[in-house]
Design a protein around this ligand. Structure first.
Ligand code: FAD
Length: 462
């Protein structure tokens, strides 16, 4: 693609992009660390602008927190799944790269509830003996409680409003905010069981409102890449020079001439610029010798990351559904939530036990084999019709993954006011990108836009 076409292509997403007239002719003009969405987006945009890029990846695969399990029936995603309707940049890139998207399909609706180890249908819940919710909450299903309360929070109109001082009163723990809104003790405990954070006490209300606003933006219905989101990763990587795998970066230092990056295997790279997309949960263990501002240093050290662990199961046939309950389950115990998906043959072929936060951290203390066996046993005990119908085939722990150490960043109380907007600032020629550095969007879109923005900064300076 010609440079002019490239600018046209991304103009909508990147206002103020200025391209240099000439570039330093080095082996690599820019080192990009991390071949997840942010790193691939940065490298792709730099390359399109005519710069030479060295992409270093610590793991033995590309994609980071996007990972399609193509060896399992239904090609489930272990990481980033839903491409929201508001994901303008991701959708534009998918079109540019000829990567087809399709509405999410195959997922089952409804839940069977496993509360205090008792299986309860949605119909039975409002009057069930296990239901100790208050009068306002009584008719709500356990899975509806969180959104019931979140909807009482102020509605945001501007994407990053939640980071402004006027919302400082929301930068407190969800535990205390929900208590003030009248949530009962049982509601708090049930919400805590599957909240998209380590726990309610560790989650800032401002962050929770932001996530809800983003989920609602662009209208309902999410998409996924046909045959899995890793196809998107592969299509981006195919545009680039081969990514150097197993290059675990241990030190980054700015020098008089640019940036030097040292890896665990003893190799060393230097270039005029570097874009680092390493999650802060990992970056805090890396030696950074650069003029990083004090707030950013504190964020690198303290930003919260949510643990998520999944156990994936293959399902032999549908006879277990003869117990008459919905395939999906929602528990307040070790199983977390069970999501069922159908294959092309129309029957359920895949289940995943999706465990968030503190429960995931607990499971992560076991070996992979023991963790899979533990969840397998607990699932069969809870749903006896699954006996001999399921086989655990894969465990994904994002908390135990040395290159992510958590599934996504989330702000703890007071961290929004302290850190937001300051985590992506450059330190000389060392630039930062990654989902955690962009607060206008969520997840995959954040990562891609952050890579584009960091590339734009480099292009302006190169
Ligand atoms: C379970 C789960 C579900 C999700 N669901 C959704 C969803 O439905 N929709 C959505 O939009 N988003 C979702 N997300 C979030 C989304 O996947 C991430 O926000 C996004 O992929 C992050 O991209 P990134 O490039 O910022 O980080 P990463 O993908 O983590 O990329 C960072 C890269 O840096 C590499 N790296 C780390 N340390 C080093 C080192 N020392 N040296 C060299 N390389 C290193 C890593 O291996 C990785 O490849 C989900 C994530 C998870 C885990």
């Amino acid at each position: 693609m010609k440079r002019r076409q490239f600018i046209k292509g991304i103009a909508a997403a990147s206002a103020g992009l200025i391209l240099p007239i000439s570039y330093a002719k080095q082996n690599a003009d820019v080192i990009v660390i991390g071949a997840g969405l942010a790193g691939l987006s940065a490298a792709y945009n730099l390359k399109m602008a005519g710069l030479n890029v060295q992409l270093l990846e610590g793991d033995d695969r590309i994609g980071g927190r996007v990972k399609t399990l193509s060896h399992i029936a239904t090609n489930p995603e272990a990481g980033g799944m839903q491409i929201g309707q508001g994901y303008g940049y991701m959708r534009a890139l998918a079109q540019q790269l000829n990567v087809p998207l399709a509405p999410l399909s195959g997922f089952m609706r409804g839940n069977t509830f496993a509360i205090n180890h008792q299986l309860i249908s949605a119909q039975a819940w409002p009057s069930h003996v296990q239901n100790k919710l208050n009068a306002e909450e009584k008719k709500l299903l356990p899975s509806q409680l969180y959104f019931h309360y979140l909807k009482k929070f102020p509605k945001l109109t501007i994407a990053n409003d939640w980071t402004l001082p006027k919302y400082a009163h929301l930068d407190r723990s969800m535990q205390s905010l929900l208590t003030e809104l009248g949530a009962s003790e049982q509601a708090l405990a049930l919400i805590n069981a599957n909240v998209n954070a380590n726990n309610l006490a560790e989650l800032s209300g401002a962050d929770a409102v932001h996530v809800l606003t983003q989920m609602m933006s662009g209208g309902g219905g999410a998409d996924r890449v046909v045959n899995g989101n890793s196809k998107f990763i592969n299509a981006m990587a195919a545009q680039l020079s081969p990514v150097e795998l197993n290059k675990s970066v241990t030190q980054i230092k700015t020098t008089n001439t640019g940036v030097q990056v040292n890896c665990k295997d003893g190799s060393s790279y230097s270039a005029k610029h570097c874009i680092c997309t390493i999650p802060f949960s990992v970056l805090r263990h890396i030696d950074i010798q650069a003029n990083i501002n004090a707030v950013q240093r504190a964020a690198i050290k303290q930003l919260n990351y949510t643990a998520i662990t999944q156990v994936h199961f293959e399902v032999s046939d549908d006879s277990w559904l003869e117990d008459g309950l919905p395939a999906n389950m929602w528990s307040n115990g070790d199983l977390g939530r069970i999501f069922a998906s159908k294959g092309d043959n129309g029957s359920v072929q895949h289940l995943v036990s999706w465990i968030n936060g503190d429960a995931a951290k607990k499971l992560d203390t076991l070996s992979k084999q023991n963790a899979m066996a533990h969840i397998h046993k607990a699932l069969i005990k809870q749903r006896p019709s699954l006996t001999n119908k399921i086989k655990p085939v894969y465990l994904q722990s994002w908390g135990n993954n040395p290159f992510s150490q958590g599934a996504y960043s989330s702000f703890a109380p007071n961290q929004v006011q302290q850190f937001a907007g300051k985590m992506g600032e450059s330190a000389g020629n060392l630039h930062f990108a990654g989902e955690h550095t962009n607060h206008d969007y969520n997840g995959m879109e954040s990562a891609l836009v952050s890579g584009l923005n960091a590339a734009s900064q480099v292009i302006q300076k190169a």
